[in-house]
Design a protein. Structure first.
Length: 295
């Protein structure tokens, strides 16, 4: 690039009447001094030569820019294909009981982060019954949730699901854990409480609304997939997770209330102790606790 620039400058000087260019480069050696003089040769360049040189330089710059744009587009395409591929890697068996659906089939924009499929939960290990990281609900609950998701989309948000239908065997797993002395997750999930009172305060029970298929745990994400600040995180078994807590900011209270209002309009009830928990008001199986695996 520097050589081309120098060449163009020389051409400009010639057109203004300089005629000759003397270039000298002195090089020191141990025995003598050598002078290189290129001024002895006549240089005949026309305006057409200069125009052609400038045109070639412009074309090169255009090609470089186009190449960079193509590379950026290729990278974006690869990223999109990778994300789609990762989402498609979870195979669904489609062997659900009548009246149940996979949530992301009804709401494709929903992001799934099924915590009980992993060991990042208050038990500290993958939970029984979670064969795949999928969210399942009754058709009625899924359709109501879709209405809430559509309303959130109007404001540029979409949902992230932590848990939906929960097999009874998973609840039994929670009960067994509560009866052990294991406190390895205390610092993260119940820092201000003793494990012995989790039953007493209703955080863990022998039956769960989730097992009836119309209850969901979720939060909301912005257009950049960032979680909206709710002043706490999923499954934090602490009073800070309560709606009436005084341990969070006004903005965090407003965010919780915003989600609560959207879900209420869609037909879901909330509970006082968990800002992420919502259950369908008119659930189809209010007295049935299912135990089929999530797969």
């Amino acid at each position: 690039m520097f050589r081309r620039y120098t060449y163009l400058m020389l051409c400009a000087l010639l057109l203004t009447g300089c005629g000759k260019v003397d270039l000298s480069n002195e090089k020191q050696t141990s025995s003598s001094e050598v002078q290189i003089d290129s001024g002895s040769e006549e240089t005949d360049l026309t305006q057409e030569d200069v125009t052609q040189a400038v045109s070639e330089e412009t074309n090169d710059l255009h090609e470089n820019t186009t190449s960079l744009e193509n590379q950026t587009n290729d990278d974006s395409q690869i990223k999109q294909e990778t994300q789609e591929s990762e989402k498609e890697t979870v195979a669904k068996k489609y062997n659900l009981p009548e009246g149940f659906v996979y949530v992301d089939d009804v709401i494709p924009s929903a992001e799934l982060e099924i915590r009980y499929y992993t060991d990042y939960n208050f038990v500290g290990e993958k939970i029984d019954g979670y064969i795949a990281p999928l969210a399942i609900l009754t058709s009625e609950a899924a359709n109501a949730l879709k209405a809430a998701a559509n309303r959130l989309a109007e404001d540029g948000y979409h949902i992230k699901i932590y848990d939906a239908y929960r097999p009874q065997k998973a609840v039994d797993c929670f009960v067994r854990w509560a009866q052990t002395d294991d406190a390895s997750t205390k610092e993260t999930f119940y820092p201000a409480m003793e494990k012995s009172i989790l039953f007493q305060d209703g955080y863990i029970s022998k039956k769960s609304r989730h097992s009836r298929g119309s209850t969901i745990d979720l939060t909301i994400l912005d257009e950049n997939d960032n979680e909206i600040d709710m002043g706490g995180y999923f499954d934090l078994l602490d009073t800070i997770s309560n709606y009436d807590t005084n341990q969070i900011t006004e903005s965090q209270h407003n965010n919780r209330q915003y989600l609560r209002n959207i879900m209420d309009e869609a037909g879901f009830d909330s509970i006082r102790t968990e800002w992420w928990h919502f259950q369908l008001r008119n659930e189809p199986y209010p007295d049935t606790y299912f135990d089929f695996d999530i797969e």
